[in-house]
Ligand binder design. Structure first.
Ligand SMILES: [Zn+2]
Length: 272
């Protein structure tokens, strides 16, 4: 009974698509994404500072408008969580945790992550992932996302990564494709693509030193040395003249980062 009621919260078209197992139309994807985003935004601590939000949306849009041929409306959010993570929701909703932003040293690193997450949406990994979820796990995740159950700390952790695990947990092929298209968006936006492998290196170094801080990121983003090598190999194929004069950093990014850093401490997250 309760499950039926939860599913009833989804638009009928979405339930039908999930049941039929066919790929959602764009309208269904947008509808589903908007529903999830509304729930995520009510459950996760989203940073509402207007300058922080304006900056991440400006940078994100500068990539998304080159990436997206479907005319989606993109939304970029900073989550006030100290864990390192980033995730994408179908329909064009991208989330980056404060913990990840605080580890970046330059703008091109944030751009690399945004490009990668945008890639998961444009290549329709997010919507495919969602539709692949079996009835059982979908029920649990939706139950948690769509009900107040997440206020229980034990269940809340499900949503916290949750939102990430549900949308992410992509295959290595999907990750490689998101890296490849993400690097292309970054270069086309006039930004240095080397920020992407640099981010991987920052995270891998931290995994060696202090694994708990990056555990949730590594759960949803497979990352090993070969992925860094592949990203560098892709960059090596970019014609040299296209790599000249690309932006690595900006004053606006450093101001944004300082503002994120100066926020009051993040609310405690439930232990995973
Ligand atoms: Zn990914």
């Amino acid at each position: 009974m309760r499950r039926t009621r939860r599913l009833a919260l989804l638009p009928p078209a979405v339930v039908l698509v999930l049941a039929a197992g066919c790929l959602a139309t764009q309208q269904q994807e947008v509808q589903m994404g908007a529903g999830y985003a509304a729930e995520i935004n009510s459950k996760l601590p989203i940073v509402r500072d207007p300058e922080i939000s304006a900056y991440v949306n400006r940078l994100g849009d500068s990539l998304a408008r080159l990436a997206d041929s479907r005319g989606l409306e993109w939304h970029f959010y900073v989550v006030d969580a100290k864990e390192v993570n980033a995730f994408a929701v179908p329909g064009g909703y991208i989330y980056v945790n404060r913990g990840l932003i605080e580890r970046f040293t330059k703008m091109d690193q944030l751009a690399g992550v945004l490009g990668h997450e945008i890639g998961h949406v444009t290549q329709r990994h997010t919507i495919k992932q969602q539709q692949k979820a079996t009835g059982a796990s979908l029920g649990i995740t939706l139950g948690c996302v769509l009900t107040g159950a997440c206020n229980n700390p034990a269940v809340g952790s499900l949503v916290n990564v949750g939102a990430g695990a549900m949308m992410a947990g992509f295959s290595r092929d999907d990750e490689a494709e998101a890296d490849r298209v993400g690097l292309d968006y970054v270069v086309r936006a006039g930004i240095d693509p080397r920020g992407m492998p640099e981010t991987f290196e920052i995270l891998m170094a931290e995994r060696k030193a202090k694994p708990e801080g990056v555990a949730s990121f590594f759960r949803t983003h497979p990352l090993e040395e070969d992925r860094i090598r592949e990203a560098r190999a892709l960059i090596a194929k970019v014609p040299a003249d296209r790599l000249v004069g690309l932006t690595e950093d900006s004053r606006a990014f450093q101001q944004f980062k300082a503002r994120v850093k100066a926020l009051p401490p993040s609310p405690a997250s439930p232990s995973p």
